[in-house]
Design a protein around this ligand. Structure first.
Ligand code: NAP
Length: 253
């Protein structure tokens, strides 16, 4: 009876995060993952697969009311626009006190701009805002939640197009730079948080059939994400600061 009362009081105090907080209090040891941009594409597939694997999934969407596919996965949906500091702050308030084991900074944008003389710098600024500043804002806001989690893992969904070593064609201005910067953020944060037991990695999911990747892409979302998940599952603190590929390999920086 006393334990029941404690759980109820904790649930009331925890507010909107109570369902998950209560689940862990009641002895449910399922890990918690937060995925940004989970309403479509790779984010949606991550939400599906982690949900099916028994994780508690928090999926973010810019427009939760329009996130029917995400809702169907059973994920808890939180509103988030990664370019909007107020939206990030509201998410952090909503999740205050909620431990998070794994953060996947997945939300991203690409613009197929052409040759450099025609590149629209405002578009490049938007890409950098979403793909670089977005993960930085979100990670900063959720560090207390991640510190309270058991796994302390942060994954940035990067791209082979963000590899300096593999760039032999150029183009995709803005996108390529954004993923290089995300990689450097990953590496710096990994170094800073190493002694706290964090695992921070960049992940190349391959070329995947989503709105971004297009229908000619090599992999289905199912194939890419089952690989991504098994790489994440295998990570240890020894792997922090690395750039991994969905197939288990290591991507050259
Ligand atoms: N597909 C590939 O071949 C491929 C390859 C390498 C890397 N990646 C990376 O994988 C990640 C997911 O890509 P995807 O293929 O799944 O792309 P996608 O199908 O275009 O989905 C992008 C997701 O990001 C969200 N998003 C965009 N701007 C946002 C913002 N300002 N705030 C919050 N969410 C925002 C979108 O939400 P809305 O629906 O609201 O726009 C959507 O949920 C990206 O980081 C991408 O760079 C993809």
């Amino acid at each position: 009876m006393k334990r029941f009362l404690v759980i109820v009081l904790l649930a009331v105090a925890a507010g909107p995060g109570a369902d998950i907080a209560l689940a862990s209090e009641a002895g449910d040891t399922s890990p918690v993952v937060l995925i940004t941009g989970a309403n479509r594409g790779l984010g949606l597939e991550l939400a599906r697969q982690y949900g099916e694997a028994g994780w508690h999934v928090i999926g973010t969407a810019r427009k939760p009311d329009a996130a029917a596919d995400l809702k169907e996965t059973g994920a808890r949906i939180v509103q988030l626009d990664v370019t909007d500091a107020d939206s990030v702050a509201s998410m952090a308030t909503e999740l205050d006190g909620q431990p998070i084991d794994l953060l996947i900074n997945n939300a991203g944008v690409l613009d197929r701009n052409g040759a450099f003389p025609e590149v629209d710098i405002d578009t490049v600024e938007w890409i950098l805002d979403v793909n670089v500043l977005g993960p930085m804002r979100v990670t900063q806001a959720l560090l207390p939640n991640l510190s309270a989690g058991d796994r302390k893992t942060i994954v940035g969904i990067s791209s082979g197009l963000g590899s300096l070593a593999q760039n032999e064609s150029g183009g995709l201005y803005g996108y390529r730079e954004s993923k290089v910067a995300l990689n450097m953020f990953t590496r710096s944060l990994a170094n800073e948080l190493r002694d706290d037991g964090f695992i921070v990695v960049a992940m190349n999911p391959g070329w995947v059939q989503t709105d971004m990747g297009g229908e000619n892409a090599a992999l289905t979302p199912e194939q890419s994400i089952s690989g991504v998940r098994s790489v994440i599952d295998s990570l240890t603190t020894e792997d922090t600061g690395t750039f991994r590929i969905h197939n288990g390999g290591t991507n050259p920086w």
